[in-house]
Design a protein around this ligand. Structure first.
Ligand SMILES: [Zn+2]
Length: 112
């Protein structure tokens, strides 16, 4: 499963950054263009962290909408569907400016 390997990479990164400090919340940002189902990711997070130091941590997922910039009229638009056409001039020469993100934005460590 795609989400399972993503969760494994996240735990690797989190463990490297947090060291032996307990982690409460892991916040990640995922663009709409990424073929990821947040619910599945949360479920896999539970599986991957079970029995580890991250077992009690929460994964918070923020979705970033797809946005494009049109090369013809320079309009920047946030799209609700992944159809890469400028709604201002129907231009198809567009540049994706948001929606491809995949990053860990912050780690919240538990009080000790
Ligand atoms: Zn345009």
């Amino acid at each position: 499963m795609h989400e399972l390997s993503i969760c494994r990479s996240i735990t690797d990164i989190v463990n490297r950054h947090a060291g032996d400090k307990p982690v409460q919340t892991v916040r990640i940002r995922i663009g709409e263009l990424r073929q990821i189902v947040p619910e599945t990711l949360t479920y896999c997070w539970g599986l991957v962290t079970e029995g580890s130091a991250l077992e009690s941590s929460t994964l918070e997922i923020e979705r970033v909408p797809l946005a494009i910039r049109c090369s013809s009229c320079d309009a920047r638009t946030t799209l609700s569907s992944p159809i890469l056409v400028c709604p201002e001039c129907d231009g198809t020469t567009v540049e994706i400016v948001a929606g491809e993100e995949f990053l860990i934005t912050s780690l919240e460590l538990a009080e000790v």
